[in-house]
Every structure is written in structure tokens, then in C-alpha cells.
Ligand binder design. Structure first.
Ligand code: PBG
Length: 335
């Protein structure tokens, strides 16, 4: 009898597999462990700063000294990597985002400090200009649109200063065409042969990034046009597969699908289509929804978040970037 044969009742009682915790544990197909989680952190200038982000409950903008403490804690919880994002002082933003490739910028200093204190935690940094530009776009803006090829030249410089500072994984999140190949060639030429590229290959123009833009202070800068001329249209899947293929061909080591929960179908399709690890980002708006609903008494926060992370694993995620990473790891360590 083929295992797909549905069989019939009462010879088959599906509930036999569920009647006790040990039975459920024995046949469980997916698990979430600390190894699956990446904690995003926001870093800001100053010392001893812990500036809460109201739209991201539990998250704060941390000065480098505080970020180092949190990195140590994340490491102790078994979290393999952090994604670091800078909150850039408004006086350092301009229309060309040049602070992005200043080797002494906030993010580079944060990377060096964390690497020095916690050498065995992986560090992932976005490559995109939005934290650095007055217009809030991910690339160079000519007043009408973001220009691709000259943006790529700047992204290459940004990736190089990050690699030089000790960043393990550069993560282009800008959606320019051709940037993966350009960054890979530049890294190789400079001897950064083990610096990985995590391509945000499949990144949609999404309403779910709102709280993140609050956190890094790019929301009000961005006009109503948004990022639709470079980030993907939420209606498309075939395009996601082309983006993924292209970035792999250019040298991406890892791919990202983003946002997460509303795009699990895309994650599953990409995972089926490619042979590189695919990560997913449970983005700020999703996290805000989960915490907001829990605060309204809709459900238990920890249970809902754990279930959401299982869904990512089921869909094929190698790892998940989530603002809840450390909370989840803490809960897992107490089991
Ligand atoms: C910047 C970037 C964004 C996010 C990660 N990197 C925002 C955007 O593209 O506007 C969003 C992450 C989140 O919402 O949690 N390129």
C-alpha cells in the first residue's frame, strides 16, 4: 500500500499519533532551535544608551557598549548571528549617502567592537544606502528614480568597508541589478574570500517595514512613491525565482526572502527552486502585529511566535531573522 493511500477508519486513526506529548514529539517534522535564529539590533552613537523603539516593543537603539553586552548575551543563548543596523545621525545624511563608505562610520565601529568582544558570533550587515540618505532611498536618487549602475558602485564601497571592519556576511538589501556580482568581485580582489554574501534577492515593496523605518529614522524621509521601482511587486512569484537564480549565478552564498509570514508561499517556492540556504525575515511590521495582538489579549505571545517560527521552518527557511530571537532562545533554554 502506498503511503499516500488515505486508508480508512477505524484501521487508521490519525489521533493515535497525537494522544500524548511523547508521541507528538516522536513524530514531529520540524523544530525551532536557537541555531535557526538571527537577532537584529539597532546601534546608535553614544554610550550607555538604550533608546526604546515604541513601534517595536522590546527593541531599543543601543550604543555600541550596550550592543556588545547584548551580543554576548545572544552568544550565550546559542544564537549564531546578529544583523546590525545603524541609526545614523541626521547631520551625517546627505543625498549621496557617502557616510555609508566611511570606514569609521558607526556601523563599522560597532562591527569591530562586537567582533573584538564576542569573536564567535556571526555579524550580518545590510548593504543599502537608506540609513545614510536624506531621501531615505536605498540608492542614489536623481529626483525621479533610483539609478542602478552608479548605486552599485557605491554599494561596492560600502560592502568593502564593512568587510574590512570584520563583518562576516554582507547583505545587500537594496534590490539593484548586478550588485551581487560586483560586490563578489571586489571582495575577492581585496582578499575577503570568506566574507559571505547574503542576498536579499527576494525583497518585496512592502507596507510591513514601517516600524523598521521608524527605528532607523528613514520613514519620514521617504516620499509617497516608496520603493516600488526597485523592490518587488507583492503580486509576483515567478519573478522571485528569476531574482534568486540571478543572484546565485553572481555569487550569492545565501538568499533572503522578505517579508516573511505573508510570503511563506514564496519562501517555499524559492526553496524548492534553488540549492543554496534560504533565510527569511520576520519583518518589523509582522513583529509589531504579533506583539500588538498579544497585548490585546488575542493570544499568548510566546505560543504565537513559536508557531510562526515553526511555519518558517516548515516552508523551508534555513534560518529566520526575527526581533523575537533572543526571547525565543531564552524560552527554549528553559524547557
Ligand atoms: C533597508 C532595509 C529595510 C529592512 C531591512 N533593511 C527597510 C526597507 O527596505 O525600507 C526592513 C526590515 C524590517 O522591516 O524589519 N534596505
Amino acid at each position: 500500500m502506498s503511503s499516500s493511500n488515505p486508508g480508512s477508519f477505524p484501521a487508521i486513526r490519525m489521533r493515535r499519533l497525537r494522544t500524548a506529548s511523547w508521541r507528538r514529539r516522536l513524530v514531529r517534522e520540524t523544530v525551532v532551535t536557537a541555531d535557526d535564529l538571527v537577532q537584529p539590533l539597532f546601534v546608535v552613537e553614544g554610550s550607555n544608551v538604550r533608546d526604546v523603539v515604541p513601534s517595536l516593543p522590546g527593541m531599543a537603539r543601543l550604543s555600541i557598549d550596550k550592543a556588545v553586552e547584548v551580543a554576548q548575551e545572544a552568544y550565550d543563548l546559542g544564537i549564531p548571528a546578529l544583523a546590525l543596523f545603524p541609526v545614523v545621525d541626521a547631520t551625517l545624511k546627505d543625498d549621496s549617502g557617502r557616510e555609508a563608505f566611511n570606514p569609521k562610520n558607526l556601523l563599522c565601529r560597532a562591527v569591530s567592537a562586537v567582533k573584538k568582544a564576542v569573536p564567535d558570533i556571526g555579524l550580518i550587515c545590510d548593504v543599502a544606502l537608506d540609513p545614510y540618505t536624506t531621501h531615505g532611498h536605498d540608492g542614489l536618487y536623481d529626483g525621479d528614480d533610483v539609478v542602478n549602475d552608479t548605486t552599485v558602485e557605491v554599494l561596492v564601497k560600502q560592502a568593502l568597508v564593512l568587510a574590512e571592519a570584520g563583518c562576516d556576511v554582507v547583505a545587500p538589501s537594496d534590490m539593484m541589478d548586478g550588485r551581487i556580482g560586483a560586490i563578489r568581485r571586489a571582495l575577492e580582489a581585496r582578499g575577503f574570500v570568506n566574507t559571505m554574501i547574503l542576498s536579499y534577492a527576494v525583497k518585496y515593496a512592502s507596507a510591513f517595514y514601517g516600524p523598521f523605518r521608524d527605528a532607523v529614522g528613514s520613514r519620514s524621509n521617504l516620499g509617497p512613491k516608496g520603493k516600488h521601482t526597485y523592490q518587488m511587486d507583492a503580486a509576483n512569484t515567478a519573478e522571485a525565482l528569476r531574482e534568486a537564480e540571478m543572484d546565485i549565478a553572481e555569487g550569492a552564498d545565501l538568499l533572503m526572502v522578505k517579508p516573511g509570514m505573508p510570503y511563506l508561499d514564496v519562501l517555499a517556492a524559492v526553496k524548492k527552486h534553488v540549492n543554496v540556504p534560504v533565510l527569511a525575515y520576520q519583518v518589523s511590521g509582522e513583529y509589531n502585529m504579533l506583539l500588538g495582538a498579544a497585548a490585546n489579549g488575542a493570544f499568548d505571545r510566546a505560543a504565537a511566535i513559536h508557531e510562526s517560527l515553526l511555519a518558517f521552518k516548515r516552508a523551508g527557511a534555513a534560518a529566520i531573522l526575527t526581533y523575537a530571537a533572543m526571547d525565543v532562545a531564552r524560552a527554549l533554554s528553559k524547557r
